[in-house]
Design a protein around this ligand. Structure first.
Ligand code: AGP
Length: 605
């Protein structure tokens, strides 16, 4: 969602900040803005719309440093020029950019207004600029700390004072802030994607920390001013990982990257000697794993759906009751937390607010929760403290593809580990390990057959509606296929459990409405064949996604995936559906990497 970039050093800030903003575009936003300090004065430009609109509005000589810049995703106040960040104090000396929500903004605003402050926007963030300006403290960092002590809510923020250009100040509470360490220059960002071009040495702020950032270094402290110690870490990815390279879209690039991404998720975690897996990051000894009686998986959107595949695997392989639930529902229903349940929070970004709130609810009630997260050092990863990193690499397209696959693989690893300390035999353990190791090559083979899937997409592109059906784990694949298609192509796609069709949705089947039927090679194969017959009897076109071999029922189109261990069928069956969604969207000319109304990480309620 909102994005932050800051720069302090000898260079002009604007080109660095604008490039940083472009790199944050993938997160989703509706307006953008920039402020730089120049000869003791603040230069400011901001507008509703894309970063390229802002670029057009920048005066040709927009010189100065330090500087801060922002992409906004509206929460308080509509997307507009005046609501775009940075926000300034009355004297246009202090500029603030802010991600998050100030919960006591109304009270603070009333207090400032009664002291004579005139507000220029409808945002909660503007109070920060006026509040900081009103603080008697003589250093900027002390003024920011004093102001933040009055604030309730979440923030990742950066502050610039044109009269004191020797430093910028950044702070974090619930919304990520990372400092980038350069050669006599420093960067601030909400996401390493914005600074990876300049440095790979970074420091992640913790909640409640304020950083004073100078060109030659930084200091961090708590809100009360007590110094904190930070150790820089290295970003493991080069800037190419954040570029589209030869691909037209990040989504397509990330689909193609899945073999390597899955290879990294598996790396070092297979233990052929004992026909099991080993996940060091979960920090649970065998006897603790043995005490688990139930598994509950929490996530939103695709993360939740990957959780459904994981729950199915855990039940199958470890014979433990396992269930996935949208974190957004779980957190609001005063859930019963059990001591012997293992809670898993799934989130590629590690910043999804609903998932974070669910983690906090579990922890508050004494439950044990592990994170299954892609972004290292993200809020959910830290909140959980232990778990499984996906190592899928940066995912820039708003829609999840490689992280969905890697999440399902990570949950498969956990299912095997839980299974092998229970009743899963060494023979089955060995068989499953071989199945996992084969996945990267099999995925590669599916992606190489893209032209076949592009032809399949022609069947859907002219339709207004499409249905996806499957049973059991195949139903989760259908859910993800429908979600992906609606996200990127705006085609109305719904998933139904195949068994539920005749309880209602069958009324919707017509010659104009194709149904994608997901058919794994499981015990329910014959039942899925009957589903095809039911649909075709109502003259509904059927696209079957299944395995090679003869289809015992006529279908209108078919795509087959290679045989894997049946447990991993859902992982392979999902790959053609990703490409299907991509090609429908491509043919419809949609903004594939940035679908309308969506953001990469949903950091608000
Ligand atoms: C996936 O394509 C979506 N854009 C969305 O459903 C996403 O999976 C969801 O918002 C959760 O994100 P997270 O994995 O970063 O928590």
């Amino acid at each position: 969602m909102c994005g932050i970039v800051g720069y302090i050093g000898k260079r002009d800030a604007a080109p660095i900040l604008m490039e940083g903003l472009r790199r944050l575009e993938y997160r989703g936003y509706d307006s953008a803005g920039i402020a730089v300090a120049h000869m003791g004065e603040l230069r400011l430009a901001k507008c509703k719309g894309r970063v390229r609109e802002l670029e057009k509005r920048l005066p040709s000589r927009f010189k100065g440093a330090p500087g801060i810049a922002h992409t906004r995703w509206a929460t308080h106040g509509e997307p507009s020029d005046k609501n775009a960040h940075p926000h300034c104090d009355a004297t246009n000396r202090i500029a603030v950019i802010h991600n998050g929500i100030i919960e006591n903004a109304a009270a603070l605003r009333a207090r400032l207004e009664s002291a004579g402050v005139a507000f220029r926007s409808e945002t909660d963030s503007e109070v920060l600029a006026h509040l900081i300006a009103a603080m008697p403290e003589h250093s900027l960092d002390a003024a920011v700390r004093a102001a933040l002590r009055l604030v309730t809510g979440t923030y990742g923020l950066a502050v610039l004072d044109a009269a004191r250009p020797e430093a910028i100040v950044a702070a974090r509470n619930g919304s990520p802030v990372v400092l980038g360490i350069g050669e006599r220059e420093m960067f601030v960002a909400s996401d390493p994607a914005a600074l990876v071009r300049h440095t790979r040495s970074v420091v992640y702020l913790d909640d409640g920390e304020v950083a004073l950032v100078r060109a030659d270094g930084f200091e961090t402290a708590t809100l009360d001013g007590g110094p904190t110690a930070k150790t820089p870490s290295t970003i493991n990815f080069t800037s190419e990982a954040f570029d589209k390279g030869e691909y037209a879209h990040f989504m397509r690039k990330e689909i193609a990257e899945q073999p390597e991404a899955v290879g990294r998720t598996l790396s070092g975690r297979l233990e052929p000697r004992f026909q099991t897996t080993h996940l060091g990051g979960i920090e649970l000894a065998a006897h603790e794993l043995l005490d688990i009686r139930r598994v509950k998986i929490l996530g939103c959107g695709s993360a939740y759906i990957a959780g459904c595949i994981g729950a199915h695997l855990i039940e199958q392989l470890a014979r433990l009751p396992a269930h996935a639930e949208p974190a957004s529902e779980f957190r609001y229903r005063n859930p019963v937390i059990e001591r012997d349940t293992l809670y898993l929070a799934v989130s590629q970004s590690g910043e999804t607010f609903d998932t974070l709130a669910a983690v906090q609810e579990v922890k508050r009630k004494g439950g044990r929760v592990l994170g299954i997260v892609n972004v290292v050092g993200s809020t959910i990863a830290r909140e959980c403290g232990r778990g499984i990193y996906l190592h899928a690499g940066p995912e820039i397209a708003v829609v999840s593809t490689k992280t969905f696959t890697c999440t399902a693989v990570a949950l498969a690893l956990l299912a095997i580990q839980l299974g092998r300390i229970r009743d899963l035999s060494t023979a089955d353990g060995g068989r499953l390990l071989a199945g996992l190791a084969a996945l990267p090559e099999q995925i590669d083979g599916i992606v190489a057959r893209e032209p076949e899937i592009a032809r399949l997409a022609e069947q859907l592109v002219a339709c207004e509606h499409a249905y996806f059906v499957g049973r059991s784990a195949g139903y989760a694949v259908a859910m993800e296929g429908a979600l992906k298609l609606k996200e990127v192509s705006y085609l109305h796609a719904e998933a139904y459990s195949a068994a539920e069709l005749k309880h209602g949705p069958l009324a919707l089947i017509s010659p104009e409405t194709p149904t994608v039927v997901v058919i794994p090679r499981d015990d329910l194969y014959q039942k899925n064949i009957s589903t095809i017959a039911e649909i075709r009897a109502r003259r509904g076109p059927v696209v079957a996604v299944t395995h090679a071999g003869e289809m015992p029922a006529p279908v209108d189109a078919m795509f087959d995936v290679p045989a894997s261990e049946p447990e991993f069928d859902p992982i392979l069956l999902n790959i053609p559906l990703q490409l299907l969604a991509y090609h429908v969207a491509l043919k419809k000319g949609c903004d594939i990497d940035k679908p309308r109304n969506l953001a990469k990480s949903v950091t608000v309620e």
